[in-house]
Design a protein around this ligand. Sequence first.
Ligand code: PEP
Ligand code: MG
Length: 746
Amino acid sequence: MPNTFESESRKLLGRLRDTMASQAAGQERLDQITHLTADSMGTEVCSIYLFRDEETLELCATQGLNAESVHQTRMKLGEGLVGRVARTGKVINAADAPSAKGFRYMPETGEEIYSSFLGVPIQRLGEKLGVLVVQSKEAREFSADEVYALEVVAMVLAEMTELGAFVGEGAALRARHTQSVLIRGVTAQEGTAEGHIWLHEPRVVVTNLVGDDPEKESARLTDAVENLRVSVDQLLAGASGDTEQVQVLEAYRMFANSKGWLRRMEENIDRGLSAEAAVEKEQSDVRARMLQATDAYLRERLQDLDDLSNRLLRILTGQGHQTGAELPENPILVARNIGPGELLEYGRQLRGIILEEGSVGSHAAIVARALAIPLVINAKRIQNEALNGDHVMVDGDQGVVHLRPDDTVVSAFRDKMAMQAKAQERYASIRDKPAVTLCGKTIRLDMNAGLMADLPSLESSGAEGVGLFRTELQFLVRSQMPKRTELAALYARVLDAAQGKRVVFRTLDIGSDKVLPYMQAQDEPNPALGWRAIRVGLDKPGVMRMQLQALLRAANGRPLSIMFPFIAQYEEYTAARAEVDKAIAREKKLGHTLPEKLEIGAMLETPSLAFASNKFYEEVEFLSIGGNDLKQFFFAADRENERVRRRYDTLNVSFLTFLEGIVDRCATTNTRLSFCGEDAGRPVEALCLAAIGLQSLSMRPASVGPVKHLLRRCNLDDVRNIIQTARDAGEQSVRPAVMEYLRGLT
Ligand code: PEP
Ligand code: MG
């Protein structure tokens, strides 16, 4: 690049910095920038267009166009050349603008006399803020260096916007991060919470954009990159196996050593940017590429590069959560995504969680559910909108986030929370009472668990025991396969905490949506129907054997209940059971104490098992209906697929009839039966399950109170009659009739 241009660019940046440092009001600063830029680029016009709302751009400052049109001229996203730059996020460089595609004539600005047009997006880390334009009468295409210089000005503008440099009296912009924002996401764990934002990855704000001494800036960059390399190497040394984490770290290392990456940042410094601004400019380019990338692999790698740039920025600016940084009061965690281990580290301190991405079946969602922390996922833009410490209300029931809510929202939301708290008090008052219906039937209510953190709920929820302990959670939250001794100690602690209450340990249920980070992921066309749960356990019995042994050791003479997941046919049960027998024989030989009582059951999660032979029903010691899986297979509707997962009602008469058939079979063979899918925790569903004869339900701890409260007010004979009437009438679902009945309750 010619030195003359470099010094021009540097001069412009220097003058911009003076503008930034000046005491001028917001509008004046914007005006100065247009003036400086036009002057430095040798163009007649320089204009700044900023977003008024998501769809509308407004001319906010101009040098060269009609001054009267400032704050008057507006255009829609995609409209005219400016709108096109805003929509696509791409530069438009046209020598003959009036004949360029999409040109729109705006008489109020007097722009028809300008021939060439260069428009660059004003964006900060992928967030679009507006468009910066220069125009000149002379028909010429702008050089690559000129484009670069304008992009740098746009970047400075974006940073200044972030820093609130353009707000104030008669200003062009309202202050960012001050308005209330409503973000609609998806519910991943119900519940409501009010608190203050804690950004898992706090945004780094670059205040020092211009570098006077390129050598010094370059040395700072080199030091920071070296620092980064060392830290990535250390992380790699601490990770082990061929895990996803290792793969990501290796990608980090590759990028951290990439000459191209460093060179591009060095070039930014040569052109007058500070080291941190040079990193951020490169990061912005990466984000722009990420938005365009359609290939999933490429997008992931660009994501890695983006993460790496963040780390580098944190090293350079010293920003980010330092160890010991304090969580705000009632912290609500905001992250793009978060791993289960990291989430567990925050633990119950969190009041709520908001993720920009995530999925209902993700490990983070599993942990949030275990901890009963309201979780909203797919909350688009939350990371851009939220600042550390912002007031926020999380409505996990509706999947909605109210960021910096106004007074009316605050009071409505607090009313809702107060009502929920009142309900909680009601539930607490019946905690130690049994779930006896008006017709005198007692329903056993157990809770589902999976983490040590769940166990205190056994006491507080009033559950009679743990009807389902999902052992895979302990495997999912680790980065390495747990050892037998670790597992034995953990299961022993679970049994200790249960103080003699029954705990049903379900053996490892992996595959489908639950992929262990340290196991080779199977690329299956249809994972829910694939190699999962007991199928993995029987085909590769090593882990199952280790787990069975750990369970026997943990019991150390105490009663033990083991349940196998996803049994689809009798032989799978007998084969799994044979593994238990082998484990017992081995323990005996080694002289270990055997459980005083051992019961072995199976989960009924595939329709096939509903039709298994009587022999199976007689042999199995207990059955638990995994309604989540059973329902997805009954209706052929993927439980993870947002488009279909709520399509079929659990209270569909066909499904209830099917379940009733299982209840009847168990009654004939005298097989203990329970239901442990999510529906057991939904009061209306639980009521209908009880009405068709299920006497034992296992649910999230928070559901025990609401379910018990409803059961105690209902007569199951009435509900059974309602179901029968709906069936006779050919209704699709019994819900309307049951709701009618509930409305009539006092
Ligand atoms: C179920 O399928 O209903 C169940 C309880 O198991 P999971 O949700 O863990 O698959
Ligand atoms: Mg299941």
